[in-house]
Design a binder for this molecule. Sequence first.
Ligand SMILES: Cc1ncc(COP(=O)(O)O)c(C=O)c1O
Length: 399
Amino acid sequence: MMDAAERRTLLAAGPFNPPWRGEPLLGSSYDEQEIEAAVAAMRDSLDPHVGFGFSASPIPEFEQEFAAYVGAKHAVAVNSAGPGLDIMMRYLNLQPGDEVIVPACNYQAAPLAVYGAGGQVVWGEVDEATLQLDPADVETKMSSRTRAIFPVHMNGLSAPIAELEEVAARHPHPQHGPVPVIGDAARACGGGYRGGKIGGFGFATVYSFHTMKNMTTLGEGGMITTDSDAVEQYARSVRMYGNAVEAWGTSNVMTKVQAAVGRVQLRKLDGFIADRRRVAAQRNELLADLPELILPAEPADCVHSYYLYTCQVVDAWAGPRRDALIQLLGEEYGLYCVIANPPVYQGRRILREHTPGQSCPRSEALAQRLLCVPIHPSMSPQVNAQVCAAVIDAVERLR
Ligand SMILES: Cc1ncc(COP(=O)(O)O)c(C=O)c1O
């Protein structure tokens, strides 16, 4: 914690300029290495006998290095995480009525992938401490129609993949057998789980290299990892029209310039995460004594990548008071917090209409308490202290 005099000195600098956003528009950082890698890949492509395609070097190198990094057998590069999630849902060949369980507090991409592939979304509750899909709730929702469990590694922390796999193992599908656990790690690239990396466990995992994410390939990009040869073959084929597996496909390829940059970013990823963890650790200390805030949890078997620094306000501050806090922080301190994420069915009508009669009261209540304070690997200890001073000051003003 910091004393009042210290806080006044930190706040004297005035509102953040430029303001800090809940999800900064560049989640990692670039230097000459990325620029040189991109230019080299472009120069290499100028030869008409080489060009930019097809899935040419350094795309396979990036895939192999990424697979080795997360501890999976295969990695297949795609143009963004959304199509990667679509590919995984299409792989299941869902029939009308086939169910896929996704966490309610989620980004829209995973449930939309289920919907788009013709499946039935089943909303699962999330754990209040970690925000991850709750295996106990999933167990109550497993049915003879369940085709997959589809956790999101929410906000940089691993979902409890091992526990979800145990639930899946207890409820095999009558026709298809083992129910796969497919992870959306768009926000958690490089996070740790059970001594390895997210993606080292589970049937398949999808990552995003969008501009805001832990690492980025020129603003868009994604990867699918899996130990399954069949998934690898399918994904590699349908990202380019699906000839080899005689399935529907379209073009979802990554460019070699993106892959060249991705190889550099991947080498830096552990450093970015160490920096995010440094910011989070300092913040955990400075905000520790603020009774209105519950700070992010990190279970013993996880290494949080802190894509977001996800706090909760206590019950008495849920809803309007939390909203007032967000408004005050934005308007007067230039600190724009986000609520990541309320149940998707509250914000997306087509998904609400697709899941009539379903609701997740625990996740709805949790969403009233969420508050993600901006974090970035390049945030200096001084700026981070200013962020904490702003949060403490704003809470005290609203007490
Ligand atoms: C949890 C989650 N899943 C999927 C996506 C989609 O990622 P992309 O923008 O790479 O398609 C995002 C992006 O914001 C996300 O946060």
